[in-house]
Design a protein around this ligand. Structure first.
Ligand code: ATP
Ligand code: MG
Length: 136
């Protein structure tokens, strides 16, 4: 059973918002008691996913949450957009695949930096990516 202790929803409409998301995720990770390495991992993942939300999703939102699962405490991030969606999720997750001019490392990188990773996307409807990193 996952309990949501705190949830802060933010808009991602501009590059400044992406920076603000990074800072808010850092604050949340510090508040939960993450060490510096774990802070950097979740902040880096948040940066990649926020960028994708802006660049490919046409903007959207992120919920920054403190979650509890029995003995463990962590940070969950849920990115949502109403953009074009991802036609082939498996391909999008492959390192080196980009439909734009990126390196194609963001999604796969965010997955590797997280303990839990879920992605739902529907063509023409939008995309939802949820990650959790537990406190080490
Ligand atoms: N929110 C989204 N909406 C629609 N398509 C997306 C979304 N997020 C990712 N994608 C698709 O998945 C592909 C891979 O994403 P990924 O973040 O791995 O690479 P990138 O953003 O292209 O490059 P990089 O992140 O390395 O700069 C993107 O090129 C894009 O086609
Ligand atoms: Mg990316």
């Amino acid at each position: 059973m996952l309990r949501v202790e705190r949830s802060d929803i933010r808009e991602i409409r501009t590059s400044e918002d992406v920076v603000a998301v990074r800072q808010a995720v850092r604050r949340e990770a510090v508040a939960v008691g993450f060490n510096l390495v774990d802070q950097t991992k979740i902040v880096t993942a948040s940066s990649e996913l926020a960028r994708n939300t802006l660049d490919y999703g046409g903007g959207g939102t992120v919920a920054i949450e403190t979650v509890l699962n029995g003995v463990r405490c962590g940070v969950r991030l849920i990115f949502e957009d109403q953009g074009p969606g991802i036609a082939n999720i498996e391909l999008a997750l492959k390192d080196g695949f980009s439909s734009g001019s990126g390196m194609g490392l963001g999604l796969g990188g965010a997955k590797r930096l997280s303990h839990e990773f879920e992605i739902e996307s529907e063509t023409g409807k939008g995309t939802r990516v949820s990650i959790v990193r537990w406190k080490g």
